[in-house]
Design a protein around this ligand. Structure first.
Ligand SMILES: *Cc1c(COP(=O)(O)O)cnc(C)c1O
Length: 409
């Protein structure tokens, strides 16, 4: 038989969400009448906004009138220009369309970006973190085996704790790659300007690269908080930013995202030459990717229209109202809750010192509510639990009521 990529054997018991799915299915099979409320996986629940649907319809009609074949690998100009004008210019960040790479998702981008770096590169992640950062580096062979706590040899874990407001600073040692996510999934914490300045200064001092995941930037409520790492002085020399239309505009099933790589971010070749990461990614993207469908890029562009911007902002506000209800409902009853102010996630300490998975099982059993065990995002997530604000107001209220009934003191 053909030998497999053995690094996959180091991965831990499957991806988090399939495991949750298995437990929920088993519960539902045994309790067919239970009305389970799902606040687990971070997926949107509102339909696409009318302005976006309209743009998609119009683009479909165009497809029937003339051929729109392979698009430019890095995205159509109408979209990359709109991104620069609407996502960056208002922040005082000047990026040009050639620094934007449109893709079919930030999951892919955050998983694929490691390919352009040496296999010997060291990396750090905040712990807990979005599982894709760690798992894709394990698959690539950049780590050793996991220890009994689930920490892989070769990765520097930076615990996100109540003491550091779930926003750890840079490590003392030098590493090549730093994955950062703000607003954070899973903790719902948000980086301040000071936090990011510390990281950028560290990256420049150490000639490291920051891979900044801003999938939730639209959920930031305070205009003084940074929405892009490029708002920080010097970030154009050391950072790559990933953004997605998934959460801000309900594109999880529609698929469109982008990566911003300034032409000033450099890596080093084995011969010691400085190489543009923008050029490297461009080569990679053109080889392995054949552009996002025309219809979808037209739909994404509509997010920036006056109507599209207003309608998607309303959707974000709807989810943030849920986040506030969860914070107040559970926090007011004495649960230790964090996040949820600039992110659609509430991070709570499990009641009674339960382990994350024990609380998951009890919550499902006693409240018929599904959340996500914090330990699934990294060892420092043990004893915590993520509750997503993606649902209807009615389901959120019902879930809070059930949780308080089963677990309230
Ligand atoms: C949802 C999410 C993404 C975006 O995923 P898409 O592939 O663009 O749908 C990226 N990063 C984090 C942290 C996320 O939670």
């Amino acid at each position: 038989m053909t030998r497999i990529n053995n690094h996959y054997q180091k991965l831990q018991a499957g991806y988090l969400f399939p495991e949750i799915g298995r437990r929920v299915s088993a519960f539902q099979a045994e309790n067919p009448d239970a009305a389970v409320i799902k606040l687990g996986i971070g997926d949107i629940t509102l339909p696409l906004a009318p302005a976006i649907v309209e743009a998609m319809h119009a683009a479909v009609d165009e497809m029937g009138e003339e051929a729109h074949g392979y698009g430019p690998e890095n995205g159509y100009g109408f979209l990359t220009e709109a991104i620069c004008a609407h996502d960056y210019a208002p922040l005082g960040v000047s990026l040009e369309p050639g620094e934007i790479f449109v893709s079919d998702g930030s999951k892919q981008d955050s998983g694929n970006i490691q390919e352009i770096f040496d296999l010997g590169s060291s990396l750090c992640v905040t712990d807990p973190s979005y599982p894709v950062y760690v798992d894709t580096n394990v698959m690539a062979g950049r780590t050793g085996e996991a220890d009994e706590n689930g920490r892989y040899q070769g990765i520097v874990y930076l615990p996100a704790t109540e003491a550091n407001a779930f926003m750890p600073g840079p490590p003392d040692e030098r590493v090549d790659l730093a994955y950062l996510c703000s607003p954070n999934n899973p903790t719902g914490a948000v980086a301040t300007r000071e936090n990011l300045t510390q990281w950028v200064d560290w990256a420049r001092r150490n000639e490291a690269t920051i891979l900044f995941d801003a999938a939730y930037d639209a959920f930031i409520q305070d205009p003084n908080l940074p929405r892009s790492i490029f708002e920080i002085e010097g970030a154009r020399e050391c950072a790559i930013e990933m953004r997605s239309f998934s959460k801000r505009a309900g594109f999880t099933g529609t698929r469109c995202a982008y990566m911003a790589i300034p032409k000033t971010v450099m890596g080093r070749s084995a011969q010691g030459e400085a190489i543009s990461l923008n050029a490297l990614w461009s080569r990679r993207h053109a080889t392995k990717f054949n552009s996002v469908p025309y219809v979808i890029q037209k739909a994404a562009t509509a997010v920036f229209s006056e109507a599209g911007a207003a309608q998607t902002a309303e959707q974000v506000a709807y989810y943030m109202e849920n986040a506030q209800r969860i914070r107040q409902g559970l926090g007011g009853a004495g649960f230790a809750v964090f996040g949820g102010e600039h992110a659609p996630y509430i991070w709570m300490r499990t009641p009674g010192g339960l382990s994350s998975w024990d609380f998951f099982d009890q919550l499902l059993e006693r409240s018929h509510v599904v959340g996500t065990p914090g330990s699934g995002f990294g060892p420092a997530g043990e004893g915590y639990f993520r509750i997503s604000a993606f649902n209807s107001h009615a389901n959120i209220d019902e879930a809070i009521e059930r949780i308080l009934k089963a677990f309230g003191s």
